[in-house]
Design a protein around this ligand. Structure first.
Ligand SMILES: *Cc1c(COP(=O)(O)O)cnc(C)c1O
Length: 245
């Protein structure tokens, strides 16, 4: 198939990630690149996929479903990274491999109960509001351990780690502090015996800092695909074109 809709930033993002991993003295391949494909057409996702990208993330369920359908059977690992509403959990539990951003018990219980029995447990990350910004989703750091306990007891879920989105207004220095605090919490949980392996932090604007502070997964949208439309204005419009269906 002719490649008419390339993922323009993939090679460069991979190079930058590799360099950041190297410079922080960490092993090659120790940081997973998660491609945030929200607002991107399915052809562009397919291009990434052909070039070896396996993990993709979506924030809006209605937008994600037709893409997941169009690319079914292609070996993609789908991550849900949007806000979790309880009326959407059933479909999310059915469609996705990972849910990042679990921050309350009620949602965790629903996702577990609604995970179809034929599928492996849903991988989850607990979202931490590391800055204490009241406008942000996520759990206060002190409350994370209790939710982890809860998730560990749910058969439909597999606790994988922590995720965070830094405060929007943070300066680079403050962001770095936030990454460091999340890393510290992650290390504390692990030292206390919690079996978690994923620290999801860092986006297009700050992923190198996040890697330096210990991220094991970075979530890149605009660095791969170019700028989206105005931030916070999800396009819920027409389904992606059906070429690949
Ligand atoms: C949109 C989004 C990203 C990607 O943002 P970029 O700045 O485009 O890399 C990462 N994480 C979450 C939770 C997002 O909603």
């Amino acid at each position: 198939m002719q490649n008419q809709d390339p993922c323009i930033g993939l090679d460069e993002a991979r190079r930058r990630l590799e360099r950041a991993v190297h410079e922080s003295g960490r092993p090659v391949g120790s940081v997973t690149l998660l491609a945030v494909s929200k607002q991107q057409p399915v052809e562009r996702i397919a291009d990434c996929l052909r070039r070896g990208q396996r993990c993709f993330a979506e924030s809006y369920l209605q937008e994600a479903v037709p893409k997941i359908d169009a690319l079914a059977g292609r070996g993609i690992e789908w991550h849900f990274i949007g806000r979790l509403q309880s009326n959407k959990t059933a479909e999310i539990a059915r469609r996705f491999d990972w849910v990042q951003g679990v921050d309350r018990e009620r949602i965790a219980r629903r996702l577990s109960a609604q995970r179809p029995p034929g599928l492996p447990p849903l991988n989850v990350c607990v979202q931490v509001n590391i800055s204490g910004d009241p406008a942000k989703a996520g759990l206060a750091p002190e409350a994370v351990d209790a939710l982890c306990d809860e998730i560990d007891g749910l058969p439909g879920l597999r606790l994988r780690g922590l995720m965070a989105i830094p405060a929007r207004i943070a300066t680079p220095d403050e962001r770095r502090q936030e990454f460091r605090r999340l890393r510290r919490l992650f290390d504390e949980l692990r030292s206390a015996g919690r079996r978690i392996d994923t620290l999801s932090m860092g986006m297009s604007g700050d992923f190198e800092e996040a890697v330096a502070e210990g991220a094991t997964m970075v979530r890149l949208g605009s660095a791969l695909f170019g700028a989206r439309q105005a931030a916070g204005q999800p396009k819920e419009g027409p389904a992606p074109s059906g070429i690949l269906r």
